[in-house]
Structures are given as C-alpha cells and as structure tokens.
Write a protein that binds this ligand. Structure first.
Ligand code: DX5
Ligand code: ZN
Length: 220
C-alpha cells in the first residue's frame, strides 16, 4: 500500500484565524494544503481568490494543492504559478482543450491535476492519463464543504486505478469530499493516494489530532 498523503482543505478553516490554521497544518502530519477556488459560475458558490491565497502562501511550509472550480482556468495558470501553487487542478468539465491546459500547467513548473465531477466517467481520461500527474475524484458535488460522501466513488477509484496501471502511468489519485475516519482506510485500500479532508478536520475538537487519526488509520 502507498503512503497516504493528507491534504486538509482550508475551505473549512476559520478565516478569521487563517494564519493559525495554516500553521496548524504546517505542524501536522499532513503533506499538502488543499486550496479550493470557486467562481460562482462553474459551481454555485464563491470561495476566495488571489489576495487570500497570497497570504496562505506566505505562511504555508508545505506544497499548495490548488483546486480550481472555475470556468476558463487557462486564463489564470500563470497567476497561480506566481502565487506559489505546486499542484494545479482543473476540472475536466471546464476544459475543452484539456491536453493544452495540462501542458500549460506543466510549463509553469507545477504538477497538473484533473478533477472529475461525480457524474463524469473516468473512461474520458483514457487518452490523457499518461500526461496527468493527479486525478481528483470528486466524492461530493463540488461547491461546498461538509457534504455527504458519494459511495459510487469506490468503483470509480477502482476503475481509475486499473486505467493508470494499464497505461503504466504514475498518476496520483486524490479523493475530495466527505472524507472521514470511517471511509479513509477503505479509500486507500481501493487505490487512493491523497485524501482531502475539510470539515472532518477543522470542525473537530483537535484538528491536529484528527489529521494524525486519518493518517494513522489510512496507513495501517
Ligand atoms: C468541495 C471542495 C472540497 C471541500 C471538502 O467542492 O472541493 O475540497 O472543501 O470539504 P469536506 O471534507 O468538508 O467535504
Ligand atoms: Zn477541493
């Protein structure tokens, strides 16, 4: 089994104490900071933008995993690179020229991620998986934290793992939405490499301990 990476989603952080929460992640067993950008068009909600991310980047000591839930993400690839994004994930559903978008992200020195909405089949990535560094499998409908995990995610992860294997790719599988201590272990056993967790971490009594809890469960 792979060593699991935990990426706490700052969408569930206390925005009045963002520095404190970023520093909590710095000192935790998490590997990445997950940063959700929503435009109110691709998804119904609006989260935060460049000035906030600039502040996060100033305090973060771990890689920034930026998840763009926006239309026309190509317009902002250079901007996110200059803000310090290490992994830049775009939505399959928002990219009519996915191959070009992936190349543009890599040219800026970032890992290229592609996110799939719950209704989007992993088969659509058959011709591009070898060039994708990370697939973010949405296990909720994107737009909000705190939603219920969609169980069909397991079969998608299984199929995606098989596709990655078949194409001899090194693509990482990230699961985003509704991750908790109950489903973490099964997700890793099914093939997940990265678990994003927002409300389960930040709404807990002790977020630092909760990150350790998921990391320990998932790595057993
Ligand atoms: C959903 C976001 C997620 C979200 C996860 O649109 O992409 O990253 O913050 O939050 P939880 O873990 O609360 O489902
Ligand atoms: Zn996300």
């Amino acid at each position: 089994m792979n060593k699991i990476r935990i990426a706490p989603s700052l969408l569930a952080a206390d925005f009045g104490n963002l520095q404190r929460d970023v520093e909590m992640v710095n000192s935790s067993q998490a590997e990445w900071h997950h940063i959700d950008v929503m435009d109110g068009v691709f998804v119904p909600n609006i989260s935060y933008g460049m000035p906030v991310i600039k502040n996060i980047a100033e305090h973060a000591t771990k890689p920034l995993d930026v998840h763009l839930m926006i239309i026309e993400p190509d317009r902002y690839i250079k901007t996110f690179a200059s803000l310090g994004a290490n992994i830049l994930t775009v939505h399959y559903e928002a990219c009519p020229h996915l191959n070009r978008t992936i190349q543009a992200i890599k040219e800026e020195g970032m890992m290229a991620g592609v996110a799939l909405n719950p209704h989007t089949s992993i088969n659509l990535l058959a011709d591009s998986i070898a060039s994708i560094d990370l697939v973010c499998v949405m296990s909720v409908n994107p737009g909000y934290g705190g939603q219920k995990f969609i169980e069909n995610t397991f079969s998608k992860v299984r199929d995606l793992k098989a596709l990655i294997h078949e194409k001899k790719s090194k693509t990482l599988i990230e699961i985003d939405g509704g991750v908790n201590a109950e489903n973490a272990k099964a997700l890793v056993e099914t093939g997940a490499d990265v678990l994003v967790a927002g409300s389960f971490v930040f709404n807990s009594q002790d977020p630092l301990a909760t990150i350790s809890q998921i990391a320990n469960i998932a790595n057993v």
